[in-house]
Design a protein around this ligand. Structure first.
Ligand code: NZQ
Ligand code: ZN
Length: 384
């Protein structure tokens, strides 16, 4: 595979303590701003107050209540506000859900039809309201990428869209905001970032040394941060997680290499059906998926075993690497089997397969090798 790509990441990053103040000079004071946030954690931890202080000379209003795994039903209310009040810039203050939700709001507010058409591909985004982000949970990389994942609650569909028009203009990444994160969310961030690197690295051998080497650095960082989890209340630990999670999905390591994303696509169905946290859906699917795809991925699994886990070469290295990945999740007390489905395993598998088929997820993975038959095998081993 020859290396060929076009790469641009236009999001300006303000990284470090106190950087929320940088919003003030990043948005012209004549711009009408809508500040969007989630369930209110930003009011308890002082982030809202810092944003309000930075916007004291701006004209702004707010929309709150964007839920984890944001729904189009909620977001459409904000789309109406943007249209009615001629909002010129949306400021997302939150984790991946709020930022993704704002990407939908930004694109849907430039479209007369139902915003869900963007997720089904019936509408191609060709313009959007400008977007800025204040990240409060390092995990998804959404703060400086062009992707978003949105749920339609009515039909339990969780779908993604990509558009350069919704890439944030700027992203504030102040590691101090992490101090109020519940442990569950901190761990989710470690796991999500880990799987993002894997989706772009654990494919087949292509010999692109920068992408592989950089991916391995990010994986080793996450492994180190997990092993130093007792130091999580320390500035350096927080800075390193925030920057690593961003780099895991800002487009760089994925440039010019094959991508997998099958774990994410199957995981999204578990979240849509049973509200499994995004990161936890990945830990449930990935070990089983890697065991199912081991022959296609053997070379890369062996490389990961040597370069990330520092395993001895020799017999069954790929198998031992998958065990080590599973061990990484268990070390964080993250389960690798689905238990949220009320016990009826056969019914749960059929339900996921129906949803995958409905969403056209019938040839997943870097070589499209995961059809519904393989997904069934993966789910047999992933569901308790
Ligand atoms: O609602 P609030 O008050 O904001 O509380 C949130 C929420 O309850 C809370 N939280 C966030 N920052 C906090 C905080 N609590 C205390 N202190 C803080 N500083 O954490 C909870 C979870 O937040 P959420 O935004 O849902 O988490 P995450 O960042 O993990 O985002 C998950 C969503 O991103 C999508 C997922 O599918 C899921 O919908 N993804 C987006 C991607 C992208 N755009 O590139 C890629 C990912 O693979 C992923 O699919
Ligand atoms: Zn993810």
């Amino acid at each position: 595979m020859s290396m060929q790509f076009t790469y641009l990441n236009p999001t300006k990053i303000f990284f470090g303590q106190g950087q929320i103040a940088a919003i003030a000079s990043s948005i012209p004071t004549t711009t009408k701003v809508l500040v969007v946030y989630g369930g209110g954690s930003i009011k308890a931890n002082g982030v809202y107050q810092q944003v309000a202080a930075a916007l004291e000379n701006h004209q702004w209003c707010e929309f709150s209540g964007v839920e984890a795994n944001p729904t189009k039903e909620t977001l459409d209310k904000a789309v109406a506000i943007v249209k009615e009040q001629a909002i010129e810039m949306i400021l997302a203050v939150g984790g991946g859900s709020v930022i993704d939700g704002c990407k939908y709001i930004a694109a849907a507010s430039h479209y007369d039809g139902d915003g869900w058409d963007i997720l089904t591909g019936q509408h191609q985004v060709s313009s959007a309201t400008l977007l800025g982000a204040v990240l409060t949970l390092p995990a998804t990389g959404s703060e400086s990428n062009s992707g978003a994942v949105i749920t339609k609650a009515a039909t339990q569909d969780k779908l993604a869209f990509l558009s350069p028009f919704v890439q944030p203009q700027f992203a504030v990444m102040d590691p101090d905001v992490m101090k109020s994160l519940p442990e569950r969310q901190l761990i989710n961030g470690l796991v999500d970032a880990w799987v993002h690197v894997c989706e772009q690295y654990l494919t087949y051998n292509h010999g692109h040394m920068v992408q592989d080497g950089y991916a391995e650095v990010l994986l080793r960082n996450l492994l180190t941060l997990a092993s130093q989890y007792d130091q999580r209340d320390n500035d350096q630990w927080r800075e390193n997680l925030m920057w690593t999670a961003n780099q895991a999905l800002n487009g760089l390591i994925g440039s010019g290499v094959p991508h997998d994303w099958a774990t994410h696509m199957i995981g999204h169905e578990l979240t849509a059906l049973w509200h499994v946290d995004h990161a936890r859906s990945l830990a449930i699917v990935q070990p089983s998926l890697l065991r199912n795809q081991i022959e296609l991925k053997r070379g890369k699994l062996e490389q990961m075993g040597r370069e990330v886990f520092r395993l001895d070469s020799g017999e069954q290295l790929a198998e031992r690497t998958i065990d080590a990945i599973e061990g990484f999740y268990h070390s964080l007390n993250v389960p690798t089997k689905l238990t949220e489905h009320n016990g009826d395993k056969a019914a749960a598998i059929n339900l996921v397969l129906e949803q995958l088929e409905k969403h056209g997820m019938v040839a997943l993975g870097e070589t499209q090798a995961i059809d519904l038959t393989q997904s069934r095998v993966i789910l047999e081993n992933a569901i308790a």
